[in-house]
Structures are given as C-alpha cells and as structure tokens.
Design a binder for this molecule. Sequence first.
Ligand SMILES: Cc1ncc(COP(=O)(O)O)c(C=O)c1O
Length: 279
Amino acid sequence: MPETAFINGRFLPLAAATVSIEDRGFQFGDGVYEVIRTYGGRPFKVEAHLARLEHSAQAIGLRQPYARERWAQYILEGLRLAAFPEAKIYLQITRGMAPRDHAYTQELEPTVVMTVRDLRPQDPTLQAAGVLAMTTEDIRWGRCDIKSVNLLANVLARQQAKQAGVFEAILIREGRMTEGAVSNVMVVRDGILVTAPEGAHILSGVTRGIVLDLARRGGLPVEERYCSRQELMGAAEVFLTGTTVEVLGVVGIDGKPIGSGAPGPVTHNLAKRFQEQTG
Ligand SMILES: Cc1ncc(COP(=O)(O)O)c(C=O)c1O
C-alpha cells in the first residue's frame, strides 16, 4: 500500500480513508497534530514529537488515545506498509464526532488519524542559495504552543507569502518577531543567536530545540528573547528551523537583503551539524 492512512486503529489506503462531517476536527478545528519525518527510512525524534502531542492534547483537555509505545508501533507499521524510501508521517487527534455544538461532553471517542506519504528531499539549491521571506502581522490566538489543527491564521500568512513569491511568512506580534507560519526563526546578531522564547506565542519546535542545543554546545551564545522587526531586518544572518525546512537560510526579507545576501557561516555550520544528527 503506497500512500497509507490509519483511522482509529485500522490501516487503509489513503484514497479510501474518510471521517464523518460531524467530526469536531472538521466542524471546529477541535484537535491537535504532529508531523514527523524519516531519515534513512527511520522516524526522526519520535519521542520529542509524541511528547509535544501529549502536551497539545492535554492543553485542550483531550484524552491521549495511545501510550507512546503504541504510537511508536503504529508509526513503524505505517512506514512498513507505505514502504517509501523517505516518508512524512502526519498524526492527528480530534475530539471526535458529535452533533454540532461548541461545548462538548466528556464521553466522546477521539478520532485518531495518521497518514504516511512520500517525502521528497528538499531541493539542495534552496539550502545553498537560501530563501526569501516577508513579514506579516501575527494574528494567531494566544496558545501557539499548542499544535492545533486550527491553522487558519497560518494558512492566510503562508498564502500571502506564496502570492508575494517568497518562501515563508515571518510573523510579527506587537512589533516583535514570534516565528514563521510553518517554522521557527533564528537571528544572528553580534555573534549571538537570538530566537523567540518558548511560551504561548510560539510552537516549541523539535528542530529549534536540537539547533539551540547544537549552538550552545558549539560555544555560540544563545538568547531566547523576542527581537524587534528592526533587529530582524538588521541581522547578520536569519534562518528557519523545522521538520520539513530543516535549517534554511533566509537571504532577503520584505525585498531587502539580509547580511551579505547569502546564507552566512553560522547558518552553514548549524545546517551541517544538524545534518550530522540525522544520519
Ligand atoms: C508554526 C510552526 N512553528 C514551528 C514549527 C517547527 O517545528 P518542528 O521543528 O517541530 O517541526 C512548525 C512546524 O510545523 C510550525 O508549524
């Protein structure tokens, strides 16, 4: 079975997988998710992703359907069935099916969905040349640490980026940079790596955690604090981190070059050391 889906404990071809229109994920975006990728066919940082899924579920009062070991087994089974060289695994838990009403009852059975799809490696020229980005107002809600399927503000920001012909939308909340629409953002200024702190205004990225750890271990000072849009625009280097973007240099924002206009040495170094972790 190539593109593979899983619904509530059952594997089936993706094209045959459906859920009810009364699912609260569909009606309200009432659910949480994770995206995991493989390297060399093996899922990367499963524990960290499952820990974050637990955090997200708990934060919205959603019962975890499976213990981590069971999730891990299902993921491996999905990978085996799909048999792609590299795969992208999507996990989603929604509050389940009920007649439409904002408030919910405790006895709902969560809907658990997984998909396993082919993952094409990122275009290596993107890594070498870097990407462009734009800034836009962060209009998301006050719990961005929850990886909620309710992604409307991210959808709109990402579409703005697409229409502007750039790779990512960098979100600004009250003059301060939070993160990207689908990534965390890091800035290098005066030899210091600056990125927004964990908390309600960003998703605590698994890749962010790995990269900050690599930076600290490599002797690079790290400041987890908000930086202003001006600091962002005047940075020596800017890069994105994320499961699918990995470590990706940003060479221009809002039509202005960043640093030398090419990915800088800190970005290169961290991208290379991140790659070493994935081997
Ligand atoms: C809003 C947002 N921030 C950050 C990230 C990066 O997180 P991770 O490194 O865990 O993929 C993502 C990934 O999808 C995201 O959607």
